[in-house]
Design a binder for this molecule. Structure first.
Ligand SMILES: [Zn+2]
Length: 74
């Protein structure tokens, strides 16, 4: 894999341009294979909102700091 410039991590919440500090990792078992990991980036303000959104649907896998995300996520 070639090196790429550091990506600016921006919150996934609608219309939010804040820098993401956490990643909400989730999967919809009806749509995604067990190996898939969907990631929503979240700023401090939206972290709990995004986490609750997927948690209410039973999709939440984990919430991790963005610097602990691996290349395989996405
Ligand atoms: Zn945000």
């Amino acid at each position: 894999m070639t090196s790429s410039p550091p990506q600016r991590l921006v919150c996934s919440a609608k219309a939010c341009r804040a820098r993401a500090t956490d990643a909400v990792v989730w999967r919809n078992p009806a749509l995604h294979a067990a190996s898939r990991r969907k990631v929503w980036l979240a700023c401090q303000e939206h972290r709990e909102h995004l986490r609750d959104f997927v948690q209410l649907r039973g999709f939440l896998l984990e919430v991790v700091p963005v610097d602990q995300l691996t290349e395989a996520d996405g």
